[in-house]
Write a new protein. Structure first.
Length: 276
């Protein structure tokens, strides 16, 4: 979010916590992208605040969290002191979560793979209607095809992204419910062990789609993986990420840098995929 929206989001989060009977004298932003996550004190709650236009996504995330917590999935949980729902205030959709103090240590690849395997096992126990990963691909293709949505893209880079989004065939890999974006920023090392956050991206697809978001050496510790499919998914994921950064209304911080790095990562992933 841009700075004026961040300030409004902070006030909406604090007001929501106060209305729920929690004391929120101070707020510290711990993450800012298309929505913000902030730690509120002294109640020690993590508020996730998104524009109200994303209310459906926020409600979906809350439902995924509730169901995974019921089967002991390794995910961050909603704050137990507050009704588990999305609150709408001042143009924002707000959910309140347990805050986990980060350990500061890096999660080893074998532990990362174990946490991902555990969340996949928990997701197999959940009966939940979720979009396929191909719906996300279709959205990116639409943004590339409608030039008014992505006006800053030059034609060679547009063609690069269009080609990269066509690298998977429908039916590649056995499908199940996935986290959707289990990259390192969405895995916290806590006293309970590694816990996944940001569950709004839950979708159906092959496990390789999730593994492609993790560091490259994680897949080596996950049993039964199609390595070639992981590499093709990594191309796909970087192409989608980069396409979102070129959308006219994208609010990802420092998006010009991420546009450049995204294109570089697409090319690097294509080169790696071509070698395997």
């Amino acid at each position: 979010m841009e700075e004026p929206d961040v300030r409004r989001a902070i006030e909406a989060g604090r007001a929501t916590a106060s209305a729920a009977g929690l004391r929120a004298d101070d707020a510290v932003v711990v993450h800012n992208s298309d929505r913000i996550a902030m730690r509120m004190l002294p109640c020690d709650v993590l508020a996730r605040v998104a524009p109200a236009a994303h209310r459906v996504e926020s409600e979906f995330e809350v439902e995924v969290a509730r169901r995974l917590a019921a089967v002991d999935g390794p995910v961050a949980e909603l704050d137990p002191r507050v009704e588990p729902r999305v609150h709408v205030r001042d143009g924002f959709a707000i959910s309140l979560w347990t805050y986990y103090e980060p350990s500061g240590s890096e999660i080893a690849p074998v532990d990362y793979a174990e946490a991902l395997s555990q969340v996949h096992a928990a997701l197999r126990q959940v009966d939940l209607v979720a979009p396929r990963f191909t719906d996300r691909v279709a959205g990116a293709l639409s943004a590339l095809g409608e030039r008014e949505q992505t006006p800053a893209l030059c034609e060679p880079d547009r063609e690069l992204l269009l080609g990269s989004l066509s690298g998977l065939n429908d039916g590649d890999g056995k499908e199940q419910l996935l986290h959707g974006e289990p990259h390192p920023g969405n895995l916290l090392d806590t006293r309970r062990g590694p816990l996944f956050i940001d569950l709004a991206t839950c979708c159906r697809g092959p496990i390789e789609f999730d593994l492609a978001h993790a560091p490259e050496d994680v897949a080596a510790h996950y049993p039964g993986v199609d390595d070639a499919l992981v590499h093709r998914c990594r191309v796909l994921n970087w192409a989608m990420f980069t396409t979102w950064r070129f959308r006219r209304d994208d609010q990802f911080p420092d998006r010009d840098r991420w546009r450049r790095e995204g294109l570089d990562n697409v090319r690097a992933a294509l080169e790696r995929s071509g070698r395997d």
